[in-house]
Design a protein around this ligand. Structure first.
Ligand code: DX5
Ligand code: ZN
Length: 221
């Protein structure tokens, strides 16, 4: 397995102190910043856009920023996020008119690519574009809100995605997002995840370092 990456979702952070919150969680041992972009169209909620990403870079955040686009259409925002300092840009295939084109656009802008699959969305399109994908993100809740309960069928889907990725012999990361924390991190890692998003499980606790250390311990990483 590639090294375990822990990517706190800043959707659960205190927005009034976002720069400090991000610095604190990275100092506490997090690897990436998971940046949930919601448009009140593809998902029934509204969060933040490229200016906030740019503000974090301006605040001295140098860690990878993992932008999870829950927006429709997709393409218009890609150059803006690349210019704002995104490292990875992931999108939901059903939100793009031309999946291959959106992936290419992300690469052309110098970012790494990700495809996101909702709990009931099959992985079908993945095999046709896997050479253009750096990260596969499996949603373990329906997108739109933090603090939801992990959907157990995700474990079987993680195993399926892991087999697909391993057959491809390229370092594609497998990320899981939604309802993950110390209690189930061992299960998602055993099923093949190497990158774990956690929002409320981390930001909902007073001691970020204690949760992150506990997550790594339980994951056996
Ligand atoms: C849901 C988002 C997730 C979410 C994770 O649409 O993509 O990243 O904020 O939050 P928790 O860990 O609280 O489920
Ligand atoms: Zn997310």
């Amino acid at each position: 397995m590639q090294d375990l990456v822990i990517a706190p979702s800043i959707l659960a952070a205190d927005f009034a102190r976002l720069g400090e919150e991000v610095a604190d969680v990275l100092h506490a041992g997090a690897d990436w910043v998971h940046f949930d972009v919601m448009d009140n169209h593809y998902v029934p909620n509204l969060s933040f856009g490229p200016v906030v990403c740019q503000a974090l870079r301006g605040h001295g955040i140098t860690a990878p920023i993992d932008v999870h686009l829950m927006v429709r259409p997709v393409d218009r925002l890609i150059p803006d996020f690349a210019a704002a300092g995104a490292t990875l840009i992931s999108f939901h295939p059903e939100a793009s008119d031309h999946i291959d084109r959106s992936l290419q656009l992300i690469r052309d802008q110098g970012c790494q690519t990700g495809l996101v699959f909702n709990p009931a969305t099959p992985l079908d399109c993945l095999r046709y574009v896997i050479d253009k994908v750096d990260l596969v993100l499996l949603m373990s809740v329906n997108p739109g809100f933090g603090g939801q309960k992990f959907i157990p069928a995700t474990l079987e889907k993680l195993r399926e995605a892991r087999a697909l990725i391993d057959a491809h012999h390229r370092p594609v990361r497998l990320e899981v997002d939604g309802g993950v924390g110390p209690d189930n991190i061992a299960d998602v890692v055993a099923a093949g995840a190497d990158t774990v998003v956690a929002g409320s499980a981390i930001f909902g606790q007073p001691d970020y370092a204690a949760v992150i250390t506990e997550m790594r311990r339980r994951a056996g990483a």
